[in-house]
Design a protein around this ligand. Structure first.
Ligand code: FE2
Ligand code: FE2
Length: 417
């Protein structure tokens, strides 16, 4: 099975994973043949993607860090909050006097967001509790599903960052109230982007110096917006303010530094002392992880093993080394349900298959089921391999969906498979 954006679903595709509504009731069960009306109804409910069968290892169910329905509900509330703030932005956004002028115009009073937005922000607190609970229950190592539709990237990305942030915060032993502020801060970290020209945000090519300077304003704008919104603490605003700072300095907007450790940090921390807050460092790691694992206008999502390698490379100078270490223990290089190809040096070189399990004690040594031979032909007897017992066997991740186009059969055929 693999994940498919709803706009790419053709009638006749067979649902591989049950879809639930936001109260947890099943809407469509696994095995349902999708029709145009079903797809329309799912879209109406705010869903963006579904898992469909491809006849290859359909029994392997990719795990997600958080359920589809919680993800859909929270994405809706984040979108609602961002949209209300964007309305204020239309009236008070940066003019000729730039960001400083805009912040001036905001004054020191709360943002006038109106009743629905204030309610949506209240709901975010309940969402965060849900999310933290789900993350608490989910102890398996699972990666993010890296499928983001273009139009809603910022909202889905925000939820991903919050999920990973909450997971990390919990592993680092943050007290519950810190965990809540961290998760809220992650949900809101890019809210400053509502003031930034979409043409620049979604530009497919490299940015000019001037455009990059505009983008670099979003953490400060985020801080100035969030501190005027009805949150119970200033900490979420600081997560937004600091999420593009780097451990070794050289990040933006203030060039704060980190010390690459975690221990004993929450007790003595003060904002504005030239050092990043721990919750902002966690947010920064989660932000980079989500960005690498997602399609962006200027590049495709990196395969999971390259995400892992890139994070390791960024640890120390850019990202807090200790937090990256924790993340690497939580998210495997080869998540369950992801596709891999066996590298040269093995009798199965060039074979492709699906990761079937990931041991918690050795997240980079999964078990795999090889279902396609080196010619891309489906084999009659899949080969099951456990990397812990196969020294010298090397894998490479395939980009999400990369195996699919060649092997997607006609829906009618697949239904009988
Ligand atoms: Fe950002
Ligand atoms: Fe971000």
């Amino acid at each position: 099975m693999y994940r498919l954006a709803l706009e790419g679903v053709a009638p006749g595709e067979v649902l591989a994973k049950t879809v639930y509504d936001d109260t947890g009731r099943p809407l469509l069960t696994a095995g349902t043949t999708l029709t145009a009306a079903y797809v329309q109804a799912l879209r109406h409910r705010g869903l963006l993607s579904v898992f469909v069968r491809d006849g290859l290892a359909d029994d392997v169910v990719p795990s997600d860090l958080v359920s589809e329905q919680v993800r859909a509900t929270i994405t809706g509330h984040v979108a609602g909050t961002f949209t209300s703030v964007a309305l204020v932005a239309d009236e008070r956004g940066p003019g000729a006097d730039g960001v400083a002028g805009m912040v001036d115009r905001l004054g020191e009073r709360p943002l006038e967001l109106g009743e629905p937005a204030t309610r949506a922000i209240g709901e975010l607190y309940a969402d965060v509790e849900y999310l933290i609970n789900e993350v608490l229950e989910n102890d398996s190592a699972a990666g993010l599903e890296s499928l983001k539709t273009h139009s809603s990237y910022t909202f889905e990305h925000s939820v991903d960052v919050a999920v990973v942030g909450a997971l990390l915060g919990r592993r680092l032993g943050l007290p519950h109230d810190r965990l809540r502020e961290l998760t809220l801060g992650c949900l809101m970290h890019d809210i400053g982007k509502t003031y930034i020209d979409r043409v620049i945000l979604e530009k497919p090519g490299p940015l000019t110096g001037e455009e990059f300077a505009v983008i670099q304003q979003h953490p400060y704008l985020g801080f100035e917006l969030l501190r005027r919104m009805p949150f119970q603490s200033l900490l979420p605003a600081h997560v937004s303010y600091q999420h593009h700072e780097k451990q070794g300095g050289g990040g933006y907007p203030r060039g704060l530094v980190g010390d690459n450790t975690v221990a004993g940090r929450t007790a003595h921390e003060r904002a504005g002392a030239g050092r990043m807050l721990l919750i902002a460092e966690i947010g920064a790691v989660a932000d980079v992880y989500s960005a690498l694992a997602s399609d962006r206008p200027y590049r495709r999502a990196l395969p999971p093993d390259q995400v892992a390698a890139t994070l390791t490379h960024m640890a120390g100078t850019h990202l807090n080394r200790e937090i990256v270490g924790w993340l690497r223990r939580l998210v495997p290089a080869y998540p369950v349900g992801s596709w891999v190809e066996v590298q040269p040096g093995s009798v199965h070189a060039g074979w492709r298959g699906v990761v079937t399990s990931v041991p918690l004690a050795a997240v980079d040594e999964p078990s795999v089921r090889l279902v396609l031979d080196a010619d891309g032909e489906e084999v009659a007897d899949p080969v099951e391999l456990d990397l812990r017992r196969s020294p010298g066997l090397r894998l490479a991740s395939l980009a999400p969906g990369a195996h699919a186009p060649m092997h997607r059969r006609q829906p009618a055929e697949r239904r009988t498979a």
